[in-house]
Ligand binder design. Sequence first.
Ligand code: HPA
Length: 276
Amino acid sequence: MAISTYDRASEAARFITMQIGTRKPRVAVVLGSGLGGVADTVTEAVAIPYGDIPHFPVSTVEGHAGKLIAGSLGGVEVLLMKGRFHFYEGYAMPEITLPVRVFALLGISSLILTNAAGGAAKYLAPGTLMLINDHINLMGDNPLQGANDERFGPRFPDMTNIYTPAYLDIARAAAREMDLLLAEGVYLGLRGPSYETPAEVRMMAALGGDALGMSTVPEAIVARHCGMKILAFSCITNIAAGMHSQEITHSEVMEIGERAGKQLAELIVRIIPRLA
Ligand code: HPA
């Protein structure tokens, strides 16, 4: 018989517990494209390559080194995913979201998700950080499809306040203290991997999508299902297709991500101690 997602997540969690010893991570952070630099601010770190963790997929995207890092960030024990799994890589939704379920089984109750995204809203220039206050799932799939396992959460989880309102306030306050312009808006999740056409971008902006990307939504849904509190940020790496004349390249996305990533790291370090 096929091994259940719960058993897969449990085996991975047991393995990670053995690797990190007495550490008790309280917050997990998922780093998006070009944002791996946040990991440099973690002290006394233990790194576990994804390939060593039972049932973890292996990340195939350039700019997504695949390892899990346990250490201290802003004085708080964290577990950091340097590199994530995407739907467009060909993995199924339960596979790309397995790490989130592992976090839940490890007793982690706060999750920070980050991503690189295209700005469809006019106020989102490249280099802007956007606090995600809601999302639209246009990925054509849902990670909770199939039999529900009540050990994780309910069949029909509520999504009203998926991005924890108290966490939004904490992020706004931290950005104000830093004099950082933190935009706010709706993240619209797409399958990818092709970027959008100009006509698609016009449609998605009309639908209410401010930032467009290819991740985060499945992880947020699964985290909410598991009862975790969620905070999420988009780093706007480019203006979405057709909103100006330039074409989009992955290297541009990576480069802007690295620059804005430094500010995002500072913001996250400031926020983490306030989440618990
Ligand atoms: N569209 C979708 N995903 C993205 C983009 C974009 O313009 N930029 C970075 N990720």
